[in-house]
Structure formats: C-alpha cells, structure tokens
Ligand binder design. Structure first.
Ligand SMILES: Cc1cc2nc3c(=O)[nH]c(=O)nc-3n(C[C@H](O)[C@H](O)[C@H](O)COP(=O)(O)OP(=O)(O)OC[C@H]3O[C@@H](n4cnc5c(N)ncnc54)[C@H](O)[C@@H]3O)c2cc1C
Length: 238
C-alpha cells in the first residue's frame, strides 16, 4: 500500500514522535511505501489565505472556495499546497498523527486540512461522502489523549470521544470519500508508565499491519438522504 502520514507534534521525542517512528519501521518492514509530512519539521504554514495560490480569480475580494476551484482548473496552487495535494492524491491510506488539543486537532493540522482539502481538487461538483474523490481509499486517526479512556465515555466528564472525533472522521475524511477506520488512541501516555506505552506502540503496529483489512466505521450512504433536504429518508437508520 501507499501510505501517507500527516504528523503534527512540535517535539520529535514525544510519544507522537515514537508512534510515527514505529510506523516508519513497521511499514518499511512490511514492504509498504510511506510518505510522512512532519508539519513542524516542514515549517508548514497553517494560515489559509491568498498565499495558497499562484492564481487570482478576484483581486478585489478573497473568496477561498472560488479561488480553490479556479486554482484547481488552472494548476494555480502554491508549491507547499501542491506538494501536499500530490501526496494526498498518491496515497491509498491517509493517517493523521496528533495529540488531542482542546478536544480537537492542533491548529497546524487543522490548517493543513483548511489549505489542502481544496474545492475542485479534493471535493465539489458532486464529489462528496461515498461519491467523494477518495472513495475506495482508507483513512485513520492515530492520536494521543491527555486524559484516561473513562473520561471520554458517553457518561465521562469530557464526553464521548466518538462525538469529539466526528467533525474530523465524518466532516473531513468521510466528506472527501475515505473509508474511515476506527481510531487508534493512546490514552494519557505521560502517566501510564513504560510498559503500557510499549503496549500502545505494539497496538499501533498491529493496526498498521491490518490497514487494508480493518472494517471501516459505518456511515449512511449519500443515497440514504433526501436530495432536497439532506435528511435521512424514512426508515433509514442514522
Ligand atoms: C494546547 C494543548 C491542549 C490540550 N488539550 C487536551 C484536551 O482537550 N484533552 C486532553 O485529554 N488532553 C489535552 N492536552 C494534553 C495532550 O493531549 C497530551 O499531552 C498529549 O496527547 C500527550 O502526547 P505527547 O506525544 O505530547 O506525549 P509526551 O508527553 O511527549 O510523552 C509521554 C511519555 O511518553 C514517553 N515516550 C516518548 N517516546 C517514547 C518511546 N519511544 N517509548 C516509550 N515512551 C516514550 C515520554 O518520555 C513521556 O514520558 C492538551 C495539551 C496541550 C499542549
């Protein structure tokens, strides 16, 4: 498989760094092709604005999605965005490696999505959800979380982790067509001790080796929604 990891952590010796090092070793041993975008090492610019493009559709008012569609048609993406788009279009499987920050993605990674998931190149014109550009490809979140798993149950203090991850797994990855695999989560790696951390690394290794065969999360098909109201048709379960 061709695997693309977008890695977002400021410290190479962090546990996130250890997880990506594990991926580098295990995927190479298994004969997979791997590309890693280490956003801090790259000096990635997370700010989305006219610098995303070499083309200009409207010099008076900046409307990002219109500029994205124009740049898609004119090959007008800036070199940093173009390079990430090429990696994205190349891969069979996309992995986001990140620490949970404020119940969400670090701004570096959110800014990567804001700039790279461009209208025209990645979605739009009827390409969305299971009809999306990346239909048939796989995506997975690998994240670390400061708190314990019990804190992220539906009855836990911080609420259900699946609900927190829904904007990423559904709103970004499923929206663009990926089959989204269950996330790999290392809970409170700073507190659990080395044995448990080694078990997290082994768990990740096993999940990487099963990337092609793991059953994806289930989401309704676009065909299950009324085309006018975008609500589920009668009788279809959410
Ligand atoms: C801005 C911000 C917002 C946050 N928001 C949230 C939030 O909303 N919810 C929440 O729960 N938490 C939150 N946190 C906490 C954050 O999620 C955790 O600190 C983070 O997930 C821990 O991962 P890490 O890679 O930074 O761990 P690190 O602290 O870097 O590492 C943990 C431990 O792993 C060890 N380690 C490193 N490499 C290896 C290796 N190869 N083998 C074994 N051990 C190793 C390290 O030495 C360390 O002891 C937030 C933190 C910040 C800074």
């Amino acid at each position: 498989m061709k695997i693309f990891i977008v890695h977002a952590h400021p410290e190479p010796r962090s546990f996130n760094g250890a997880l990506t090092d594990t991926a580098r070793r295990c995927l190479a041993e298994a004969g997979h092709a791997l590309v890693v975008s280490d956003l801090y090492a790259l000096g990635w610019n997370p700010r989305s604005d006219r610098a995303n493009f070499t083309t200009v559709l409207d010099p008076g008012v900046f409307r990002q999605q219109q500029e994205e569609a124009h740049a898609s048609a004119q090959d007008g993406f800036a070199a940093d965005v173009r390079a990430e788009l090429d990696k994205l279009l190349w891969c069979d499987a996309l992995i986001f490696q990140f620490p949970l920050w404020w119940f969400s993605l670090p701004a570096m990674l959110k800014g990567w999505v804001d700039r790279v998931f461009a209208m025209g190149a990645v979605y739009g014109g009827g390409l969305w959800y299971d009809r999306g550009r990346f239909a048939g490809r796989r995506a997975m979140l690998s994240l670390t979380v400061g708190g314990p798993a019990s804190m992220y149950r539906p009855d836990g203090l911080n609420g259900d982790i699946d609900r927190l991850l829904y904007p990423i797994q559904h709103g970004m990855l499923r929206f663009t067509g990926f089959d989204v695999l269950p996330p790999v989560i290392a809970w409170q790696p700073a507190r659990v001790g080395d044995e448990a951390r080694q078990a997290y690394l082994e768990q990740y290794r096993q999940r990487l080796l099963a990337l092609a065969t793991t059953t994806p999360l289930q989401f309704p098909s676009i065909d299950d929604y009324d085309p006018e109201t975008f609500t589920l048709k009668t009788g279809v379960a959410a």
